[in-house]
Design a protein around this ligand. Structure first.
Ligand SMILES: [Zn+2]
Length: 298
């Protein structure tokens, strides 16, 4: 019999997912068929329910990223079973945000892997979405040999949240990130409160140096590295527009002058080159977050 607690947990998850999926499209998320893309030998991405996961089939098991929630985990599991009989043995969590860390119980043989800063946030979870523990944490870099290929986890500082992990397959030139950028779309301002825009810019500029054939990102269907390159340009242009007035104020005699720019800059900065991107009206939020990152680091 299903316990009240479990039922509540499921109900919360369904409503949580509905909220998340209403952000991009209010169209029904659950009716869409999963999109399974073969990126390389043994490497796939599976998009469903407004999330894209990386799937790496190894010799003895499968590595996946962010099942996200129980509904999605069930779909992922069914799609992976069409590709291989092997169980999921590793789940890499992209970062600590609760909408990305659920659904792991669908894969009982999997070890959870995450950057160690995840421990600063998971215990706060009031909705019981997060896993109780993480099996493997790492500081700056961790590599899993899957028998078929190597999967590297890199930490390059805060990005979206404090445990931002970049997953990289050096042999295939495939990368996975979450919540750092989207496909010609500005993330809604209401989702940026925990985004370190300086950190995101730094991570994107670094991974942009790597030879990539596919760049999977959590909320976009396309895996084209061109999307990443477009966003590197966007974050650099955003920084270049926001930094000079703050630097000028910081160099003035008034130590508080720069704080006023948090309110005034969002109404004045425009980046016309990106005006055709979805959600361009959220530029004010991006400007404000970039300004706050420049002023106090977070
Ligand atoms: Zn996030």
């Amino acid at each position: 019999m299903i316990s009240v607690r479990l039922w509540l947990k499921r109900a919360v998850m369904v409503s949580f997912m509905l909220c998340a999926s209403m952000v991009p499209h209010s169209a029904a998320w659950a009716q869409d068929a999963p999109i399974v893309s073969k990126l390389s030998k043994n490497i796939y991405s599976i998009y469903w329910g407004f999330f894209n996961s990386l799937v790496v089939i190894g010799k003895k098991g499968v590595l996946i990223t962010d099942p996200a929630n129980n509904n999605r985990a069930a779909v992922l599991k069914a799609e992976i079973a069409k590709l291989t009989d092997l169980p999921v043995t590793y789940i890499v969590l992209s970062h600590e945000h609760f909408d990305h860390v659920g659904g792991v119980s669908a894969f009982p043989q999997a070890k959870l892997v995450a950057q160690k800063n995840i421990h600063a946030v998971l215990p706060l979870d009031p909705l019981d979405l997060a896993p109780d523990d993480i099996d493997i944490t790492f500081e700056n870099k961790y590599t899993i040999n899957m028998g078929t290929t190597d999967v590297e986890m890199h930490f390059m500082g805060a990005g979206d949240g404090v445990a931002t992990t970049v997953v990289y397959l050096p042999w295939e030139g495939v990368i996975f990130t979450a919540d750092l950028y989207e496909d010609k779309r500005l993330t809604p301002a209401s989702f940026l409160d925990d985004t370190n825009m300086l950190g995101v810019r730094r991570i994107l500029n670094r991974i942009g140096q790597w030879p990539l054939k596919h760049a999977v990102t959590a909320h976009s269907k396309s895996t084209s590295p061109q999307i990443l390159r477009d966003n590197i340009r966007y974050f650099n242009d955003l920084y270049d527009a926001v930094y000079p007035p703050i630097a000028k104020a910081a160099a003035s005699d008034n130590p508080f002058a720069m704080f006023g720019l948090l309110d005034s800059l969002p109404g004045t900065v425009t980046l016309d080159e990106y005006s055709d991107w979805d959600g361009y009206e959220h530029l004010f939020g991006h400007v404000r977050r970039m300004a706050l990152s420049i002023i106090h680091g977070g």
